[in-house]
Write a protein that binds this ligand. Sequence first.
Ligand SMILES: NC(=O)c1ccc[n+]([C@@H]2O[C@H](COP(=O)([O-])OP(=O)(O)OC[C@H]3O[C@@H](n4cnc5c(N)ncnc54)[C@H](O)[C@@H]3O)[C@@H](O)[C@H]2O)c1
Length: 358
Amino acid sequence: MRKLRIAIMGCGRISASYAAAFRQLCETAELVCAVDTDLSKARAFAEPFGASYGTRFEDLEGKGIDVLHLCLPHYLHAPMAVRAMEAGMHVLTEKPVAMTLQEADRMAEAEKRTGKKLGVIFQTRYEDSVITLRRMIREGAFGRILSARSFLTWNRPYSYYEGSDWKGTWEREGGGVLIDQAIHSIDRVRHMLGSEVEWIEGSIHNHCHDRLLVEDSAEAAIRFRDGCIYSLYACNSYADDVPIYLEFFGEKGRCGLRQDVGFYELEGTVHTIPVAAQQPGGLSATPSYWGESHPKQLLDFYHSVLSDLPVAVDVTEGRRTLEIIKGIYLSSLKRERIYLPFEDVSYCGLNQIRTQEP
Ligand SMILES: NC(=O)c1ccc[n+]([C@@H]2O[C@H](COP(=O)([O-])OP(=O)(O)OC[C@H]3O[C@@H](n4cnc5c(N)ncnc54)[C@H](O)[C@@H]3O)[C@@H](O)[C@H]2O)c1
């Protein structure tokens, strides 16, 4: 099978995970070009691969690129994905799919119109513990799942936001702890449960980041159509990045994750699902809470492109998870229960709607 010609746009923090993944997947894909508005970042990323680099989208054109990886600020996901698909590239974008549901719809429309493939990174879906527990839940090992819960208590000090022109802003990040950090927990609960949301009641707050307008904490109750009530808590003003905690409570037992280590309890006995040994040349240089699974999702996407198969984590999946986050924002704003589907809005402050596009 031929090697895919790939490129990356955005060579910031997360790009370290991609550099490691590209090295692992060099039999399947070859980096052709790296683009970042900061030329030094594009060069530093490209040079070890012998790839070209540049600062503009145009630098990608005419190079026969099959797949473009978008690792950009959130407000650029939708416009760049549409532009790349129109230029003939398949696109795998970092999470979130976009900042609004309308943007996600425009991306889906462009995917259909161009015949290109569009995927959204949710690498934690590819962890062994997630795959095993999802299968057990779906096979009914725990009976009907009555409740789920997720707790994320991480630390994002001002130093994380300083020097960034998009993090911590409604206009460019689209929110705070929910859309950036807790999105993986929310996505996993939805994915593992395999049901869709009926209604959302939640509230967002900014308790400890006075200099930011986005939320640094959130809580919600989310009811799925199968009756499961999901309780969510997230904050990024804790003193440390402690392991996230996820749990599903069923009629016959319970299961969950402490970061990426899975466990399940049946008939009073607790079992642990060990984390797979790290790949040689793995991602040890990146924060452990990003996990080790980027290469798995990238390879899955490459196979979809090479064999013309459906994309596992597609724009619809990305939109459904975004819809939960936007539903919590809307519920907080309106102080009422939000039933799906609903009309999405953009925000310009905590519980403040933006009435005009910037
Ligand atoms: N999957 C995960 O676990 C995970 C972890 C961290 C970040 N992310 C996601 O990765 C994406 C990037 O986050 P980050 O932390 O690397 O951000 P970052 O700010 O460190 O990097 C973004 C890069 O994009 C570049 N850029 C900005 N505008 C550009 C443009 N028009 N053209 C080309 N380059 C441009 C910036 O110069 C910067 O180098 C976000 O979507 C974020 O949510 C995902």
